[in-house]
Design a protein around this ligand. Structure first.
Ligand SMILES: Cc1cc2nc3c(=O)[nH]c(=O)nc-3n(C[C@H](O)[C@H](O)[C@H](O)COP(=O)(O)O)c2cc1C
Length: 475
C-alpha cells in the first residue's frame, strides 16, 4: 500500500480531474452559435479553448474553497502573475478563454464624441465655454471596442499582464493607478474580501512600480505587438495617480502624461481614491479646474508635437459627492471639453446591509453594495453633462442586467473589478451574452443606441423645458 499522504494526494488529483472533466463536458455542450475559439486567433474549432472555459466555470463554482486559504492580496498577486505567463502556458492552464463575439456589442464611443464635437464646432451649437485652452486640441485616437466590457483600474496596477487579461475576454484593460515615483502604498494587510456581501474593501494606497518602470513595460509590449501576428486589438487605458508626498498634484499628473500618454489608448486622471490623503479634495471646483486644465494642456502640447492623434482624457470620480460637487465636476468637464468620466471609484460609505465582519476595515468598498450608487451617479452625471462626454460606468457589475442598467443610465462603456477578482473570468461570458440579448430584446441594433435611453425617454416625457441631450447615432 502507498503511504497515507500519497493516497490523500491521489484522491485529490482524482477529484480535481473529475471536476475539470465534468466542466469540460458542460463547456463542450455549450450552444455553438456565435462562438469563435481562442480570441479569434485560431480559425476552426479548438477543443482546448472549451476545456479552458470549463476550468473557468470550475473556478467560478469552487473558487470560494480556494480563496479561504489565500489572503486577498496574495491571491491578487498570483492572479496577475498567472495572467502574465506566456500564452502557451496560459492555454495549458485554462487561462485563455474562447472569445464570444456579438455584432451588436461593438462600439466606438470616442469616435462618435469626436464627430459630435466637430459638428457642434461647425454649427456653433456647443453649450460649453469655448476657447478655454490656448490652441485647439489635436484629434482623438480612433478607438474601436469589440464590446463595452473592460477591466477597471487597480487589478493590473503595473502593466504586467495586459495581454493575458485581454485573452480572458476583456475588450479593454485600464492599467494603474501609476504614480510618477515608485511607492509601497500602505502596510499590509490592506485588501479584504467580504464574501457574504460579494464585495471587497481595499486600502492599497497607490502601491506603484512608478511611471518609468511601467513605461518600459508598455514600450516592450508595443514592440512585441509590432511582431505579433495578429497583434492584440484590445484597448489599453492608463490611469494616473499622484505620489503620497507630492504637494503640487497637477505636476504629478503631468509627469504621468509625459511618460505614459504615448502608450495609452485613453488616459484617466484618478482624483477619487479614498486611500491617498487629500486626493479626493482635488474634486472641488477650483482645484479640479486648475488640475485638469494643466493636464489637458500637457496632453495637447505633447500630441501636437508628435503630430499624432491624442488619447481621450477622462476623470475618475468618487461615489461620495455632494450635489454641488457633482455640478462643479460637470461644469468643469464641459468647460474644459474633457472627453469623459469614469464613474465611480470605491466608496467610503458602509451601507447597513453589509454582513461580513470585514466591513469594519477602513478603505474603499467595491462590488455589489456599490452597484446602485454608481448607476445612479452615472445617470445623474449623464444628465448634468447633457450626454456630451463618454461615461465609463463601473461599480458592482456582476451580470448582463447590471451592465445594461449602467448603459441605459448613460454609460457608453462598462468596467468590472470585484466580481472578476472574486469569481474569475467565467462571468465575463455571461455578462456579454446577456447584454447582447437584452439590447436585442429592447429593439436596439447596437449598444450605442441604448446609451442614456432612460434619461432621454424621461426628458421626452417631461412637460417642463426639456434639456436637449445628444442622442448619438449607431456606429
Ligand atoms: C483592490 C482594489 C484596488 C483598486 N485600485 C484602484 C486604483 O489603483 N485606481 C483606481 O482608479 N481604482 C482602483 N480601484 C477601483 C476600481 O477600479 C473600481 O472603480 C471599483 O472597484 C468599483 O468597481 P467594482 O465594484 O466592479 O469593483 C481598486 C479597486 C479594488 C477592489
Amino acid at each position: 500500500m502507498p503511504p497515507a499522504s500519497v493516497q490523500v494526494w491521489a484522491r485529490r488529483a482524482l477529484i480535481v480531474t473529475g471536476i475539470g472533466g465534468g466542466a469540460a463536458i458542460v463547456a463542450l455542450s455549450w450552444p455553438r452559435q456565435d462562438r469563435t475559439p481562442l480570441v479569434g486567433r485560431t480559425p476552426g474549432s479548438n477543443p482546448l479553448a472549451y476545456i479552458n472555459l470549463g476550468a473557468s466555470i470550475t473556478y467560478y463554482h469552487f473558487g470560494y474553497q480556494f480563496r479561504r486559504f489565500v489572503d486577498a492580496e496574495t491571491g491578487h498577486r498570483w492572479a496577475v502573475r498567472a495572467a502574465a505567463w506566456p500564452e502557451s502556458v496560459r492555454l495549458a492552464l485554462g487561462l485563455v478563454l474562447p472569445d464570444l463575439r456579438y455584432d451588436n456589442l461593438r462600439c466606438a464611443p470616442f469616435e462618435q464624441l469626436q464627430q459630435q464635437q466637430e459638428e457642434q464646432a461647425r454649427t456653433g451649437a456647443r453649450t460649453a465655454t469655448i476657447g478655454t485652452t490656448s490652441s485647439p486640441s489635436p484629434p482623438l485616437k480612433s478607438l474601436r471596442f469589440a464590446h463595452p466590457l473592460g477591466l477597471a483600474a487597480g487589478f493590473d496596477k503595473h502593466a504586467e499582464a495586459i495581454n493575458g487579461l485581454l485573452d480572458m475576454g476583456f475588450a479593454s484593460v485600464e492599467i494603474g493607478s501609476v504614480t510618477p515615483l515608485p511607492q509601497d502604498g500602505n502596510p499590509r494587510p490592506r485588501v479584504f474580501r467580504l464574501e457574504e456581501d460579494r464585495a471587497i474593501i481595499n486600502r492599497y494606497g497607490f502601491n506603484s512600480d512608478g511611471a518609468d518602470r511601467v513605461a518600459q513595460r508598455l514600450q516592450e509590449r508595443a514592440a512585441e505587438q509590432l511582431l505579433a501576428s495578429p497583434p492584440h486589438t484590445g484597448i489599453v487605458g492608463v490611469n494616473l495617480g499622484k505620489n503620497k508626498e507630492t504637494v503640487d498634484a497637477a505636476a504629478d499628473y503631468q509627469i504621468g502624461v509625459d511618460k505614459l500618454a504615448r502608450f495609452a489608448d485613453y488616459l484617466v486622471v484618478n482624483v477619487s481614491s479614498p486611500n491617498t490623503p487629500g486626493l479626493r479634495a482635488l474634486q472641488q471646483k477650483s482645484e479640479l479646474r486648475d488640475l485638469l486644465f494643466r493636464v489637458k494642456e500637457r496632453r495637447d502640447h505633447l500630441f501636437r508635437r508628435l503630430a499624432q492623434p491624442a488619447p481621450p482624457l477622462l476623470v475618475k470620480i468618487a461615489p461620495d459627492l455632494s450635489e454641488s460637487d457633482k455640478q462643479d465636476i460637470a461644469d468643469v468637464v464641459l468647460e474644459l471639453r474633457l472627453d469623459g468620466l469614469v464613474i465611480s471609484n470605491t466608496t467610503v460609505a458602509r451601507p447597513p446591509q453589509l454582513r461580513s465582519p470585514n466591513q469594519l476595515q477602513s478603505g474603499g468598498l467595491s462590488g455589489a453594495p456599490l452597484k446602485h450608487v454608481s448607476t445612479d451617479l452615472v445617470r445623474d452625471m449623464y444628465r448634468r453633462t447633457k450626454g456630451q462626454v463618454v461615461i465609463i460606468g463601473v461599480g458592482g457589475v456582476e451580470s448582463g442586467v447590471d451592465a445594461y442598467a449602467k448603459i441605459k443610465a448613460g454609460a457608453s462603456l462598462v468596467q468590472v473589478y470585484s466580481t472578476f477578482a472574486l469569481n474569475g473570468p467565467y462571468q465575463l461570458h455571461s455578462i456579454k451574452r446577456d447584454l447582447s440579448t437584452l439590447i436585442k430584446q429592447d429593439g436596439f441594433n447596437s449598444v450605442q443606441e441604448a446609451v442614456g435611453i432612460d434619461v432621454r425617454r424621461e426628458q421626452q416625457h417631461a412637460t417642463a423645458a426639456p434639456i436637449v441631450l445628444q442622442a448619438r447615432t449607431a456606429v
